[in-house]
Ligand binder design. Structure first.
Ligand code: ADP
Length: 433
C-alpha cells in the first residue's frame, strides 16, 4: 500500500509529543527541561534510523533494508519494494542478454559487435577461433589494430560495405574468410566472418580444371588445324563437297581456338593479380592502335567510327589486361552493330575519374539481359552471337580485369536503339600524362 507522509501529520505528531512532555514537565515542575529531553529523544531516534540507512546503503551487502517501526519502517518498506522491482527488471534484462549471447554463439560465423569508431564491444567465441579476437580481453581495441591484413585496411578505406571482404584467417592461413559489415541498431556495427575455405577450394579447383583443360586442348587443336590447312593447300585433289567440309572444319577449329584462348585469359584474370606489376599506361596511344584494329575488323560493315581521346589522361594498370578490356568492348560494338551503323569511342576525364566509352546505334539490349551480360557464357541471342563468333566470355573477362583495376563497367542500353558500354577508372588509378 502506498505510504504518504504529510506535513499535517508530522506537525500534529510533534504537537502531541510536545504537549504530553509539557504536561509531564508541569507535573514534575520542569516544563522546559522535559520538553528539551523530548526534543533530544526525537533527534536521537531520527539519527538512529539515518545511521541504520547509511550502514545498509554503504556497508552491508544485504538487499533488504533494516527493520524499523513507524514512519521509518514504511520508508524502508518502500525502498525494499524499489530494490526488488529493479532486481526483477535486471533479471529480465540479463535473461534477454543471455538469450542474445546464446544465439550469437550458436551461429556458425564469427560475430563482433563494434561501435561506430570500430572499437570492439563484444565478440563471440568463434571470433577468437577465426579472427583471433578475444572478448573481453580485446574490448575497446580497434578492429584494424587486431586484423592487420592489407586487404582489410584497403577494404575499410574503400568503405564499400555492401561487398564482402575476402581474407585469410590471421589464426590459420589455410582458412579463407568472408567478412561482412552490417549496421546493428543505430550506433553499432556487426562484423560477421564466415569460413568459406571449402567454397574457395572448390572455386580454385574449378579454375584450375578449366585452365588445365583449355591448355590441354590447345595441342590437339593445333594439330587438327595444321592438317586441315595442309589439306586445303593441296589444290585440286578434292571435289567441291570436300572443300566445303574442310572449310567448315577450319571455321569451327578457329572458333574453338578462340574459345580456348578466352578461357585461358579468363582463368588468368580471375585470379587476383594484385602482385602483377601495374604501370602507367598511355591510353590514347593504346586506343589509337585499337582503332586501327577496329577499322580492319570493320571492312565488311563500313561503320562510321568516330574517336575522341584526351591525350593527357593515362591510367595505372596491367597493359595486356586493360588492352583486352578495351578491345572487347570495341569488337563487340563492331560485331553487333548493323552495317553502316555509328560507333563512337571516347576516352575522357570524368570529374576526378577517367571514362572510356564505346557507344553504338546497334540492336541494343533488353533491360532484363543487361545485368546478366557479365556472366560467363551469357549471350543475349545465341544464334546472333554464334554468327559473330562470340563465346559469351568477353564481358566476363572485362569484369574480372576491371575488378582488380579499381574500375567499374557501366552498361546502358535501349532496345533497338543502341548501347553504351563505359569503363570508369577510380581517381587513384588516373594519371596525368
Ligand atoms: P560474346 O563473345 O558473345 O560477344 P560478350 O561477353 O562479349 O560475349 O557479350 C555478351 C553478350 O552481350 C553478347 O552475346 C551480345 O548479345 C551482347 N552484347 C555485347 N555487346 C553488345 C553491343 N554493343 N550491342 C548489342 N549487344 C551486345
Amino acid at each position: 500500500m502506498p505510504f504518504r507522509l504529510s506535513i499535517r501529520q508530522v506537525v500534529s505528531r510533534l504537537i502531541l509529543i510536545f504537549s504530553i512532555s509539557a504536561l509531564l514537565g508541569f507535573l514534575v515542575g520542569h516544563i522546559l527541561l522535559v520538553m528539551l529531553l523530548a526534543a533530544l529523544a526525537i533527534i536521537a531516534y531520527q539519527y538512529k534510523h539515518i545511521f541504520l540507512l547509511s550502514t545498509w546503503l554503504w556497508k552491508t551487502k544485504s538487499i533488504s533494508p533494516p527493520d524499523a517501526q513507524g514512519t521509518w519502517g514504511r520508508l524502508f518498506d518502500g525502498l525494499d519494494r524499489l530494490v526488488r522491482k529493479y532486481r526483477r527488471k535486471q533479471k529480465r534484462l540479463n535473461e534477454r542478454l543471455r538469450r542474445f549471447r546464446d544465439g550469437a554463439e550458436a551461429i556458425p560465423d564469427a560475430g563482433i559487435v563494434m561501435g561506430q569508431d570500430l572499437t570492439i564491444q563484444w565478440a563471440n567465441k568463434r571470433a577468437a577461433r577465426l579472427l583471433g579476437v578475444r572478448w573481453p580481453s580485446d574490448q575497446g581495441q580497434r578492429i584494424d589494430n587486431l586484423l592487420r591484413a592489407p586487404e582489410f585496411a584497403e577494404y575499410l578505406e574503400k568503405a564499400k560495405f555492401e561487398l564482402p571482404c575476402m581474407l585469410a584467417s590471421p589464426v590459420n592461413a589455410e582458412i579463407q574468410l568472408e567478412l561482412r559489415f552490417m549496421d546493428y541498431g543505430q550506433e553499432h556495427i556487426l562484423l560477421l566472418a564466415r569460413d568459406v575455405s571449402k567454397v574457395h577450394r572448390v572455386e580454385e579447383m574449378r579454375r584450375d580444371f578449366v585452365a588445365n583443360v583449355s591448355h590441354e586442348l590447345k595441342t590437339p587443336l593445333t594439330v587438327v588445324r595444321g592438317y586441315v590447312e595442309m589439306i586445303q593447300a593441296t589444290d585440286g585433289e578434292f571435289d567441291a563437297h570436300w572443300q566445303q567440309a574442310f572449310n567448315t572444319i577450319e571455321n569451327q577449329v578457329t572458333r574453338m581456338d578462340r574459345l580456348v584462348e578466352q578461357l585461358l585469359v579468363l582463368s588468368r584474370v580471375e585470379v587476383n593479380t594484385e602482385d602483377e606489376t601495374k604501370q602507367v599506361l598511355v591510353v590514347p596511344d593504346m586506343l589509337n592502335q585499337l582503332m586501327k584494329d577496329a577499322h580492319w575488323l570493320n571492312q565488311e560493315k563500313h561503320h562510321e567510327i568516330t574517336a575522341d581521346f584526351d591525350d593527357r589522361v593515362g591510367v595505372l594498370g596491367v597493359d595486356t589486361e586493360i588492352k583486352s578490356a578495351f578491345a572487347n568492348l570495341i569488337s563487340n560494338a563492331v560485331a553487333y552493330t548493323q552495317a553502316n551503323g555509328k560507333i563512337t569511342i571516347s576516352w575522357q576525364r570524368f570529374g576526378n575519374k577517367a571514362k572510356f566509352t564505346v557507344k553504338d546505334n546497334g540492336p541494343g539490349i533488353r533491360p532484363e539481359d543487361v545485368n546478366r551480360l557479365t556472366e560467363r557464357f551469357y549471350r543475349v541471342d545465341k544464334s546472333r552471337s554464334r554468327n559473330t563468333g562470340g563465346s559469351g566470355l568477353g564481358l566476363a573477362i572485362v569484369k574480372h580485369v576491371l575488378h582488380h583495376h579499381n574500375a567499374e563497367l557501366i552498361i546502358s542500353s535501349e532496345w533497338r536503339k543502341g548501347s553504351e558500354f563505359s569503363i570508369v577508372f577510380a581517381e587513384s588509378s588516373v594519371v596525368e600524362l
